[in-house]
Design a protein around this ligand. Structure first.
Ligand SMILES: *Cc1c(COP(=O)(O)O)cnc(C)c1O
Length: 461
């Protein structure tokens, strides 16, 4: 399988190069040249497979430059870190199926992708005798999942900036209790934007980036999307184990990575209805699906902070397919966005969009109300991101279908909102309780680009 850019500016490359490139060098996103097709017969033969074995079947057609035994080892090690034997179990409550994606080390779904990405990086770097210095800014979830994906890995050093005192206490502890020598937490006296801007500035200094082999781990890496395709298949198999029925997925969406993985699963032949794209008040994608209105607005802070995003980076991958794989039209769309703050779509395009997706916005009041009522009726505690998807599914998806709601975080991770919704604190899992007594390591500094640069220079291996 070879990979191409949505902007059309690179020669096709193989999987390992796509993993190491991350963002395409022409500014586009990488996609496979085609999608392997899975027949219904094959699907039924996969019912008895464990999660890692299923992952190998789905991932290997996308990877022809890693020997299959090596790939198998990488996948097995990645999912052995999960604390549930099924990795991503599906539980049935009150007419919906909850696909629990939060059994990884940081209790959010990003572990599914970042555990595998960390192992892939280590494998490819060892083979090439290279090193990678990962630099990132986080408001919480991605940073901790990335740190846990690469802690202790050979050839990799990671620097994560977070705003001092502005992440949730659990998120901060999940980062700063990691004692591995290759992990550097930098707490900035400033905002998330300060962190983000300094990281961007260092990446834009191409000489610096080159000299210190800087890389990123944001959600644009193709390997992250690929890892997430697997659980759509896994969940489909579980809800059809007892017999054939229509299946629909509801996906709480921020950067469009998770839901794009569902779209890939569908293109590979997984039978499903329209994907439900659920948003909080930051609802540009809902306005797009419902009214064809793709215009930027300001970001609003909500109780589902990992979805507080306007410009969803993975959306470009969908646009490439909507435009029949024409990179010229992708470039034109982004030029329009830059100039006018919006992208316009033809009636035919919107017809296609509505064949692929349906969408709903769930505001904060409805999110908290859903956490409360779902808990009263079923005894199950939803995190605020998951609640957005569940509310949308109950309102929009046909009740005769298996309605699968992606549960993207453990409720204890967003305990404050959960407590507000149900009146009592969310039970804290042992792994989180244990963090409080652990030693921490973190460097606090001002939002000063030169100080951050100096710190990186002094700590690259
Ligand atoms: C990242 C994240 C999301 C959004 O996923 P995208 O792939 O960015 O759409 C939703 N919920 C939680 C808990 C997350 O961490």
């Amino acid at each position: 399988m070879r990979y191409i850019s949505t902007r059309g500016g690179i020669q096709p490359i193989n999987f390992k190069d796509a993993v190491m490139m991350g963002l395409a060098t022409d500014g586009g996103l990488l996609l496979p040249e085609s999608y392997p097709q899975i027949s219904r017969q094959e699907l039924d033969q996969w019912r008895s497979l464990s999660y890692p074995d299923l992952a190998l079947r789905i991932i290997s057609p996308f990877v022809d430059d890693i020997p299959v035994d090596d790939l198998k080892g990488l996948i097995q090690r990645s999912y052995a870190t999960f604390n549930h034997p099924q990795v991503t179990p599906v539980v049935h409550r009150d007419g919906v199926h909850i696909l629990e994606l939060f059994h990884g080390v940081t209790l959010a779904f990003k572990d599914v992708a970042l555990q595998l990405l960390g192992n892939l990086f280590e494998y490819i770097l060892a083979e090439r005798g290279e090193r990678l210095n990962i630099l990132g800014a986080t408001s919480g979830d991605t940073g901790s999942a990335a740190i846990h994906g690469v802690r202790g890995k050979k050839g990799i050093t990671i620097f994560i900036l977070h705003p001092h005192g502005k992440t949730s206490p659990v998120q901060a502890l999940q980062m700063i209790t990691v004692g591995d020598a290759n992990v550097h937490n930098i707490a900035i006296r400033g905002t998330f934007d300060d962190c983000q801007n300094m990281v961007k500035a260092l990446f834009n200094d191409l000489q610096f980036k080159e000299k210190y082999s800087l890389g990123a781990v944001n959600s644009i890496n193709w390997a992250r999307v690929l890892a997430q395709v697997v659980y759509y298949f896994y969940a489909w198999l579980r809800v059809t184990d007892e017999g054939d029925r229509p299946v629909c997925f509801s996906v709480p969406t921020g950067n469009f990575g998770d839901i794009f993985a569902g779209y890939v699963a569908k293109r590979m032949g997984l039978p499903m209805g329209r994907l439900l794209l659920a948003t909080n008040e930051n609802n540009i994608l809902t306005r797009f699906v419902r009214d064809g209105d793709y215009s930027l607005a300001n970001v609003v802070a909500t109780v589902s902070p990992s979805m507080d995003i306007q410009l969803a980076s993975n959306f470009e991958r969908y646009l490439f397919h909507l435009y029949d794989q024409d990179p010229g039209r992708v470039r034109a769309a982004f030029a329009e966005l830059r100039e006018c703050g919006r992208i316009s779509f033809t009636p035919a395009e919107m017809e296609q969009v509505r064949a692929d997706f349906c969408s709903a916005t769930v505001d904060q009041a409805a999110t908290l109300e859903t956490i409360g009522s779902f808990n009263r009726e079923t005894g199950y505690l939803l995190d605020p991101h998951t609640a957005v998807g569940v509310r949308a599914a109950l309102d929009l998806l046909p009740s005769d279908a298996a309605r699968v709601c992606l549960a993207t975080a453990h409720p204890a991770k967003f305990g404050e909102a959960v407590e507000k919704a149900v009146g009592t604190p969310a039970p804290v899992p042992g792994s989180i309780a244990a963090l409080a007594g652990m030693e921490t390591r973190c460097t606090v500094m001002d939002a000063d680009l030169e100080k951050v640069r100096q710190f990186v220079v002094e700590h690259v291996a």
